[in-house]
Write a protein of this length. Sequence first.
Length: 291
Amino acid sequence: MAELLKISTRFYNDRKVRAVWDDESNRWFFSIVDIVAAITESPNPRKYWSVLKSRLRKSGSELTTNCSQLKLRAADGKRYATDCIASEHITSLVRAIPSKKADHFLDWFTYSDNTIDGQSKKKAYTFIESNLIADKDVGTVKALQQIHAYIFGGLYDFAGKIRTVTISKGNTIFCLAEYLHANLKNIEQMPENTFDEIVDKYVEMNMAHPFMEGNGRSTRIWLDLIFKKRLKLCVDWSLIDKRDYLHAMIESHKNSDRIRALLKQALTDKIDDREIFMKGIDYSYYYEQED
């Protein structure tokens, strides 16, 4: 197999399902142990899979011949050979696992690639290769619009367009539409030379929420571009817990100390590491999933 460059982490009921992309066969391979853990909640999914694999072999099932040993990164940061299976064989695998969650898992798995989120996520994966944003535009509203248009183009008719109506989420009302353009000009002019200045700018842009949908996903990429340009750093989003992040962003409307602390402890100098970027997209979309 060719070198595996794209690494994905999808989330099923808050459980990680790791995947790697094989350029040679042009398809995703998913960790079988992760799938077993997700739908059985077995305390020892590796042993569970080992026993099941033995039974499948004895029964002559073709599933075991469709497995590939690929290296995936574990919790300790090291890569280990892991049984993986291509996406087209996922249904057969899940049907072979006795679980009440099988149907729900398959609904989640097949549905995810046919939704706007699924399609936009695929686009987001390729953003790093697009070289879309000119260095001089990093940190501008124009750059944020370009990011949004790239990810959601063809999916939303408002992709890349500043909203003209007032929106809210929960108890939060974002910048009133009649003041939005003036507010965005002010945000664009905010300094971005230090960590604190960059976070302040990010928080203000989040409070502005310039698009009808897709603000968080676009703005997190925008933030990383600023960090990369100004500080030669980026965020390893996998180090920031979903609930901690969401609570911190809600709180940032009044006090940004919490989000500042979360971002600071997650900074890395691996700004050209494809895996860091891919994980960032995975977690960015995970933050947006409803619990």
